[in-house]
Design a protein around this ligand. Structure first.
Ligand code: WTA
Length: 647
């Protein structure tokens, strides 16, 4: 049973002054109610949003058989109104909503709530002038610049569904996502800046649009001023269109259950899934978890280092903070430009109160050396956050001591693209923290650990993490593929949402996430489907078969190790391996770059021809092949050669 944990990291008396929930009893009372009476609990919290009408019959409705559920259906609201207009009306018009810290240190820009609203209304009118209507999809392929935030809020304002593609994805990944969602308008830029270098964006868009898509209009932000090809009748400049647009655009009244956005994410299949999030439940989840994970207080400067191309940026750079009326900082650049102290220079310059990043970045900073941190005054920091992968206790302690100066609790927030907002996290003021544990469920979340066969695990044993019942910000479906949604999330262990992660629960009821149990690899906290990389490799003329597994990596958490067999007429060579790596980068994107490619004669297979990845994982990870269960293999003799040829 859940208990108050005892550790050496309790919140300080000073910290408790800012905590929204400052005792375990308060957390427990609210949590218990959220489980016993979810409708009453969330029904009351819905008042935290501004509604045109709260016309719902039922707060929550769940059709278990169809795996469909709704929250606040019939209620009408607008997300952009909740993120902007209401704050402008309530005294925040002159407060910074968005601080943009550019790649070059001296080029920051700040938007107050009133300014951001002005830009959003204009761009909403631009979208309308291009024929975008409620329910239409708008594809967005932009680097981390303010126009990205403006564009998403403008979509929300007119009820269009945005689908952001991370600007680091390749032409092919962009193409698949744009085609799947049927977007007719694409918003992009000429290029981007990262670490003082130009990043090509429009070139990739042009290449993608050589193929058949529904895209009729491309709106291009001028960021770098590089010479690019603009296609007449299709491509227009953001600035030209904005200059013509009226700054008044009324909000569409959206149903709580209308789709707000799609975001594609990787799973066990070769095809990324368009995860569908809706309006009210998503926004409420993002806003409340933002408030509680970081104990946000008015006047704080909050910085999440993620890219808006991922869910963390959607929920915790944009929607959560802005719904809460916070000041959110967005950073275009990288941690080591112009030097290794860049992150800390930003914290010092803006007097950042809340800093939220990923373990992979923390490991990198630790490796770079404490001197870069100690050079800067970081005393403004009050809370730290971690997201995307398990944080090792040692790394946690370093983050706590060196970055946080031993003052700042760490919110190790566990969640997923599909969960919309944090689901398991330590509430920083409510109880002491355990380095490396995501600790306790947020309101409305009932985590359970089960064995592969569905039986409950014992205390301390690793199991599969499943959740009872849907919560407000849970994804509703997969775009154009409800069947895939059912099979992936609700039918693996009937009656439960399956996270795809392994975890264990200790004697205090605290949860320790151990990582994915499916074929998803987490490179620097980014989800990459093994099947996607395999599909990319197989599309190369030389490759007959490919099997992709994760191996531990000191900085990135996991790296990609691939085994390939070659078609007849091809031979292993350094050039070929290089070519295959380049091919994967081009097909999927640089985030999926294989660390190692081992060319083999044969892969371990079952009698039915299935590649046994479990064995390959062990071999890639350094096993000698002696303790492997090879009983399922057609030919156990392949193991020796695999071990011998390991790179
Ligand atoms: C992993 C990112 C351990 C997990 C928000 C999950 C974590 C996947 C944590 C989702 C954490 C995320 N501790 N593991 N605090 N946060 N994960 O969809 O494996 O990009 O399933 O969402 O990241 O990745 P996604």
């Amino acid at each position: 049973m859940a208990k108050q944990p005892k550790t050496e990291y309790p919140p300080s008396a000073e910290y408790l002054k800012r905590a929204h929930i400052d005792s375990y009893e308060k957390y427990k009372k609210a949590y218990d109610r959220s489980i016993k009476d979810p409708e009453g609990f969330w029904g009351e919290l819905a008042d935290e949003l501004d509604w045109y009408s709260k016309g719902w019959d039922k707060v929550f409705h769940w059709d278990k058989k169809e795996c469909r559920f709704t929250w606040f259906k019939g209620g009408k609201l607008n997300v952009s109104y909740n993120c902007l207009d209401r704050h402008v009306k309530n005294g925040l018009k002159n407060t910074a909503a968005l601080i943009f810290e550019a790649d070059e240190p001296d080029q920051s820009r700040t938007y107050t709530y009133a300014q951001l609203l002005y830009e959003v209304q204009r761009f909403a009118n631009v979208l309308k002038s291009k024929g975008v209507k409620r329910g239409d999809r708008v594809a967005v392929y932009l680097p981390m610049i303010p126009e990205l935030a403006i564009c998403l809020l403008a979509c929300a304002r007119i009820g269009a569904i945005h689908s952001v593609v991370f600007s680091g994805f390749s032409t092919d990944s962009l193409y698949n996502r744009v085609v799947d969602c049927g977007a007719r308008v694409l918003v992009t830029s000429d290029g981007g800046f990262r670490g003082g270098r130009h990043i090509d964006i429009k070139g990739k868009v042009n290449e993608m649009l050589e193929r058949e898509t529904d895209v009729e209009t491309v709106i291009v932000v001028k960021r770098t001023g590089t010479d690019i090809v603009m296609e007449e009748d299709r491509d227009v400049w953001w600035d030209d269109e904005m200059a013509k647009a009226s700054p008044v655009c009324p909000c569409e009244e959206m149903d709580a259950e209308d789709t707000l956005f799609l975001l594609y994410t990787s799973g066990s299949t070769g095809k990324p899934k368009g995860v569908v999030h809706t309006q009210a439940g998503y926004l409420l989840g993002a806003m409340l978890t933002f408030r509680h994970a970081f104990d946000y207080r008015p006047g704080d400067i909050y910085w999440c280092t993620a890219d808006i191309g991922w869910i963390t940026g959607h929920s915790y750079i944009l929607y959560g903070p802005l719904a809460e009326g916070a000041t959110t900082l967005m950073f275009e650049g990288v941690p080591n430009y112009p030097d290794n102290g860049r992150m800390w220079e930003i914290v010092e310059k803006w007097k950042v109160d809340v800093f939220y990043t990923a373990p992979t970045a923390i490991r990198m900073m630790r490796k770079t050396g404490d001197e870069w941190i100690l050079k800067h005054d970081l005393t403004s920091l009050k809370v730290l956050g971690s997201v995307g992968e398990p944080i090792d206790p040692d790394v946690w302690r370093w983050y706590y001591e060196v970055v946080g100066g031993g003052r700042c609790p760490i919110s190790d927030t566990y969640w997923q693209t599909e969960t919309g907002s944090h689901i398991i996290l330590p509430l920083p003021g409510a109880y002491p923290q355990k380095p490396g544990s995501a600790m306790k469920p947020f309101f409305g979340i009932e985590p359970t650990l089960i064995n592969e066969d569905g039986s409950p695990t014992k205390t301390g044993e690793q199991g599969r993490l499943v959740l009872k019942k849907p919560w407000p910000s849970c994804a509703r479906t997969v775009w154009n593929d409800h069947q895939m949604y059912r099979q992936t999330y609700w039918e693996v262990y009937p009656g439960y949402y399956f996270t795809g992660d392994g975890a264990r629960m200790d004697e205090d009821g605290d949860i320790w996430i151990t990582g994915r149990v499916d074929d998803v690899i987490s490179v620097a906290g980014h989800r990459i489907g093994a099947a996607e990389v395999e599909a990319a490799l197989i599309s190369h003329k030389s490759v007959a078969e490919a099997a992709v597994v994760p191996i531990p990596d000191e900085i990135k958490g996991e790296a990609i190790y691939t085994f390939v067999t070659l078609k007849q007429g091809f031979e292993e060579s350094e050039e070929l391996v290089k070519e295959l790596i380049t091919h994967v980068r081009k097909e999927v994107g640089p985030i999926a770059t294989p660390k190692t490619i081992q060319v083999v004669d044969e892969l371990p297979k079952t009698r039915s021809g299935k590649i046994v990845r479990r064995i390959l994982r062990k071999i890639a990870g350094g096993g000698d092949g002696k303790d492997l269960d090879t009983s399922a293999l057609v030919d156990p003799n392949v193991i020796g050669a695999l071990v011998k040829g390991r790179k």
